[in-house]
Design a binder for this molecule. Structure first.
Ligand SMILES: Cc1ncc(C[n+]2csc(CCOP(=O)(O)OP(=O)(O)O)c2C)c(N)n1
Ligand SMILES: [Mg+2]
Length: 283
């Protein structure tokens, strides 16, 4: 499936709004927010069956952001879709905000699950998928997890249960950006999430994590699976699309000044104009 211009523009807007929101806060989880901008653009660019004016619409597709520290990227997508006013983004992670650093379903319209303690998202998503099936509903349930997050054992209980229960409406999106909080996933513990989920009986595929056309195609394939749940491994780069984060090896959580944000936004516009967005010439 070719990439649509509208989806590419949406992913650029998600990146820009996220960079600005974290700049307002002064710091934040820039690395993991940037690596999910493209998959969020696919989901919120028209693929999800949702009603922004009615966030709790019972027929909606659900999304659980397992790596809850990447709430700000999801908030940008939600704001751009009209779930709440854009100026809420200026309050991210500040006292009294409805947009806390980690996802909270009681605070933010459009957030389906509170997350932040890594490893719980997939269990929650599997539970939602099972509950919906018990109600004879066919909503899809998406879950985004980090590659470091997959070190949490609870994921693998959920993986086994979801396969045993044939939760075919469950679609896991794995952000394989190769890094976690303090280093490379392969040096800490992990690697090969595709092989692991395949061994658990899931349908598994790998795609370039910023090729929005390929992501959409694989989501459509996963959406017509009739027995097992599906995992789409997104091969991403931590910090992709924010120039200051791309340069920094330890880009999990950074202080972000106005100058850094200005430069990153300018670079996004330059790459868009040059046709090299989001990866630039170097990646
Ligand atoms: C149970 C738990 N342990 C530790 C943390 C602290 N923590 C927050 S983000 C993070 C790294 C996550 O890495 P990854 O899942 O790869 O996310 P990404 O690279 O997308 O930021 C850690 C250890 C946490 N939130 N929850
Ligand atoms: Mg990671």
């Amino acid at each position: 499936m070719p990439q649509s211009d509208a989806t590419i523009r949406l992913s650029a807007e998600i990146r820009i709004q996220t960079i600005r929101a974290l700049q307002q806060a002064g710091f934040g989880h820039i690395g993991g927010c940037m690596s999910v901008a493209d998959v969020l653009a696919v989901l919120y660019g028209g693929e999800l069956n949702i009603r922004p004016e009615q966030p709790d619409w019972p027929e909606r597709d659900y999304l659980v952001m397992g790596k809850g520290h990447c709430g700000p990227a999801l908030y940008s997508a939600l704001a751009l879709k009209g779930y709440f006013p854009m100026d809420w983004l200026e309050t991210v992670n500040q006292p009294g905000t409805r947009l806390p650093s980690h996802c909270d379903r009681l605070k933010t319209p459009g957030i389906d699950m509170s997350t932040g303690s890594l490893g719980q998202g997939l269990s929650c998503a599997a539970g939602i998928a099972l509950g919906l099936r018990m109600q004879n509903r066919s909503n899809r349930v998406f879950c985004i997890v980090g590659d470091g997050e997959l070190q949490e054992g609870q994921n693998w209980e959920a993986a086994a249960a979801a396969e045993h229960l044939h939760l075919n409406r469950l679609i896991l999106l794995i952000d394989e950006n190769k890094r976690q909080l303090d280093g490379y996933v392969c040096d800490v513990c992990g690697g090969d999430p595709a092989g692991k989920f395949r061994a658990f009986g899931w349908n598994v595929v790998r795609v370039c994590g910023w090729d929005t056309g390929a992501i959409l195609r694989e989501i459509r394939v996963a959406s017509v699976q009739t027995s097992a749940p599906s995992a789409i491994v997104l091969e991403t780069v931590k910090g992709l699309g924010a120039s200051f984060a791309e340069r920094e090896k330890n880009n999990h959580y950074m202080v972000i000044t106005k100058e850094m944000a200005d430069e990153a936004v300018m670079e996004i516009h330059r790459r868009l104009a040059a046709g090299t967005y989001p990866a630039g010439e170097g990646v």
